[in-house]
Design a protein around this ligand. Structure first.
Ligand code: PMP
Length: 441
């Protein structure tokens, strides 16, 4: 019997005993290549000496001081680091303990902003189907992952859903990428008009979708079109970069690659790279200034926000990534990973799509390549792939289930930024072996 509540009682779990570089070891000293960094978290791999030393140094000075009494050097320096590198006027950083907390704070800030500027009817949120923004109630309300939401309906935050940008499935054969993006922008426009723009606070989207569709990047003009629609209606744009941010796509922030600056952005996962739990909400000066000019402060707060040790760890992680220029490795290894996956698995009858940006790579499995009909959900292929991969010494992040009527079996590969070319080849080899064992062609 286990007393750990968050452990699925049906699952046999090995003990993670130690980690080194891209490998994790269990109690039998079996090694696993961490090809998903957990869920796109461990971007520096495991046991990085510089990060460990920075954490030890911080602990020796002070582990934690409550943010209503003190700030710390670690929090101030990390905020400066992020503000200097974030796009546009995204200069105000609110440190939290993870992704859901960051999303929750973003929703509340959007709401408070409109109250402060005298538009209190703006309380509705528009997000997208096949999306994931976290498991707290607000984040769950805007998320478009039906099975996660269902037990908790009706959710408290008024949220509405439009189509995701899912070119593999939804771009029409006679449509260019630009026309597809325009069609999605029109859908958002119509949804805002249907609700009345004066009632809508924000449109929320993952810049590159992670947990529901395996590294699904939008077509290039999509975010720009959505930004335009938001601006036309005075609606805020919140981009959730909890998974796609902090270098995962080869750019520190994925939205920068598409030339779009949101009003609020959320980050987590790769920020602390798993060395400490940390996330952040990043807000524009415009929103920050309006709230300060209004009631004076954002009505929010958690005990562990701005945690000194978490900030010190994140600062060390981000400095290593920058000093070692790891983002250029992310771009190169990402290209290599997709190319090798396509070369080894491109002809497999059940591999429908290999996609992604940087080291954020998704593989979508189908029953039939031409029709793109999904695999039978009862077979739980994604779960079988995960189990078989572990037997083969490979960690990859599976996702599946019926999402608004569309079932999908997807796998996310998000290896650490320190991967070498031969690491990538080994990941592809173990992955291909796993696929051929679970789905013999
Ligand atoms: N937003 C996105 C885009 C995510 O991928 C996740 C986690 N998978 C979250 C929010 C929630 O983050 P956390 O699990 O740290 O609460």
């Amino acid at each position: 019997m286990t007393h750990v509540f968050h452990r699925n009682p049906k699952q046999q779990l090995a003990f993670a005993v130690r980690g080194q570089g891209i490998a994790l070891f269990d109690q039998d000293n079996k090694s696993y290549i961490d090809a998903s960094g957990g869920a796109a978290v461990s971007c520096l791999g495991h046991g990085h000496p510089v990060v460990i030393q920075a954490i030890k140094d911080q602990l020796d000075r002070i582990a934690y001081a409550h943010s209503s009494f003190f700030t710390t050097q670690a929090a101030e320096e990390l905020a400066d680091f992020l503000a200097e590198r974030s796009p546009g006027d995204l200069n105000r950083i609110y440190f939290l303990s993870g992704g859901s907390e960051a999303v929750e704070a973003a929703l509340k800030l959007a709401r408070q902003y409109f109250v402060e500027i005298g538009q209190p009817t703006r309380r509705h949120f528009i997000a997208r189907r096949q999306s994931y923004h976290g498991n707290t109630l607000g984040a769950l309300a805007i998320g478009g992952n039906a099975w996660r939401r269902e037990p908790f309906l009706p959710l408290l935050v008024p949220a509405h859903h439009v189509s995701p940008c899912y070119a593999y499935r939804d771009q029409l054969a006679n449509e260019t990428e630009e026309q597809y993006a325009e069609r999605l922008a029109q859908e958002l426009d119509q949804q805002i008009e249907a609700l009345g723009a004066e009632n809508v606070a924000a449109f929320v989207a993952e810049t590159v979708v992670g947990a529901t569709a395996g590294a699904l990047a939008p077509v290039r003009t999509y975010l720009k079109r959505m930004r335009e629609v938001c601006d036309r209606h005075g609606v805020l744009l919140i981009l959730d970069e909890v998974m796609s941010g902090m270098g995962r796509t080869g750019h520190l922030f994925a939205c920068a690659e598409d030339g779009v600056v949101p009003d609020i952005m959320t980050i987590a996962k790769g920020l602390g790279a798993g060395y400490q739990p940390i996330g952040a909400m990043v807000a524009s000066d415009r929103i920050y200034d309006a709230v300060v000019a209004g009631s004076g402060f954002f009505q929010h707060g958690h005990t562990y926000m701005g945690h000194a040790t978490a900030c010190a760890a994140a600062l060390a992680v981000q400095r290593v990534i920058e000093q070692e220029q790891l983002l250029s490795n992310v771009l190169q290894r990402g290209e290599q990973l997709r190319a090798e996956l396509r070369s080894v698995l491109g002809d497999h009858p059940n591999v429908g799509d290999v996609r992604g940006r940087g080291l954020f790579v998704g593989v979508e499995f189908v029953q039939d390549k031409a029709s793109k009909v999904t695999l039978n959900p009862a077979h739980k292929t994604h779960a079988r792939l995960k189990k078989q991969a572990m037997e083969n010494g490979l960690l990859m992040y599976p996702m599946g289930g019926t999402i608004d009527g569309v079932h999908g079996d997807h796998v996310l590969l998000a290896p650490p930024f320190i991967c070498t070319p031969s690491d990538i080849t080994e990941i592809v080899s173990r992955f291909a072996r796993t696929v051929s064992q679970v789905l013999p062609a």
